[in-house]
Ligand binder design. Structure first.
Ligand code: DGY
Length: 327
């Protein structure tokens, strides 16, 4: 009997890819080449499933070129790279990797927020440039994190994990805005207060953005929102590029309309808006919020579990469009 063929579109832990070889003929990409859309569509020829990351876009065109495709399994919790409606229309299962990265991503979001508040990157660059000649009372003076007001835009799993760190570890007051309000039993232990988006911008000393990207959240934080923020406030984005208007942010930072920012995700990444590269008061990291060995292994393992289950008649643990399974 011929075995189903699958594509592993990016380099990933060899021992985890080997789990796929037990069931499938695997075409992998150990050189980690980034496929153009046409290359991806061509590589998917004859494949029943694909292991992908947030860098591979699965849309109607790619699906129509590969009507045999039955499952696309993302090694990421965010899935704005997958056109889920197009998958639904063609009966293709899509899966993601929720939960396994929540705490690690929250750790990193908190670290970035602290780095912005305490001017970590800016002061380190100054020291490395050999410019440190004396102690002075206001050198790289920043703002406190403990006891400050933490504003969270997007109070899903990661938002709540960041709120827990702030409220329970740092005595922060938590305000948040989300599509829907949390249940009282989730709000109460965090002392979290649900507010409108404008109020969130006004009240936050440290704003952390954790809202998924969609057409509705495109530029959810732009110049109008930044204009409401305190001049002493910081802004951290660990969600997706495009949720923040990066050009507007660079201008706000340069003109000190807000104090500092920290970004792990960018519009059009891996390109970074050139203006962000020239403003000093922003910490920039290359989309690594979930990058610990344990978490990246768990994400890859979950994507593989999903792919194996989807193509062997099992129950994929974390489907995005489970209705496809019922067909
Ligand atoms: C995710 O899981 O969505 C992270 O951004 C890693 O891509």
């Amino acid at each position: 009997m011929t075995r189903p063929a699958v594509l592993v579109a990016r380099a990933v832990f060899g021992d985890i890819v080997d789990r796929l070889r037990v069931h499938f003929d695997v075409e992998d990409n150990p050189e980690d080449r980034i496929f153009s859309k046409a290359e991806l569509a061509a590589k998917l020829a004859g494949k029943a499933g694909a292991f992908i990351t947030g860098s591979e876009r699965i849309d109607a065109e790619v699906l129509d070129a590969n009507p045999q495709l039955r499952a696309v399994c993302n090694m990421a919790v965010g899935y704005n790279n997958i056109d889920v409606d197009a998958c639904n229309a063609r009966g293709v299962l899509a899966t993601n990797t929720p939960d396994v990265l929540t705490e690690t991503t929250a750790d990193f979001g908190f670290a970035l927020m602290m780095a912005a508040a305490r001017r970590l990157a800016e002061s380190e660059h100054f020291l490395r440039r050999g410019e440190w000649t004396k102690w002075s009372y206001d050198m790289f003076i920043g703002s406190d994190v403990h006891g400050a007001t933490l504003g969270i835009l997007g109070m899903g799993r990661i938002g709540q994990a960041i709120a827990r760190r702030g409220a329970l570890g740092f005595g922060m007051k938590v305000v948040y805005h989300n599509r829907s309000r949390l249940a009282p039993e989730l709000e109460a232990p965090l002392g979290a207060r649900y507010v409108g988006k404008e109020q969130l911008m006004r009240e936050a000393d440290h704003l952390v953005i954790v809202v998924p990207y969609s057409a509705a959240s495109h530029h959810a934080v732009g110049s109008a929102e930044m204009a409401l923020m305190k001049p002493s406030a910081t802004l951290t984005n660990v969600a997706r590029g495009g949720v923040v208007d990066d050009a507007a942010l660079a201008a706000a930072l340069r003109e000190r309309r807000i104090a500092a920012a920290a970004l792990d995700v960018f519009e059009g990444e891996p390109k970074v808006h050139p203006d962000l590269l020239t403003v000093p008061n922003v910490v920039l990291t290359p989309h690594i919020a979930s990058a610990t060995v344990a978490t990246r292994r768990a994400m890859a393992g979950l994507a593989v579990d999903n792919l194996i289950a989807a193509l062997t008649g099992g129950t994929p643990p974390t489907p995005i469009n489970p209705q496809v399974l019922a067909r």
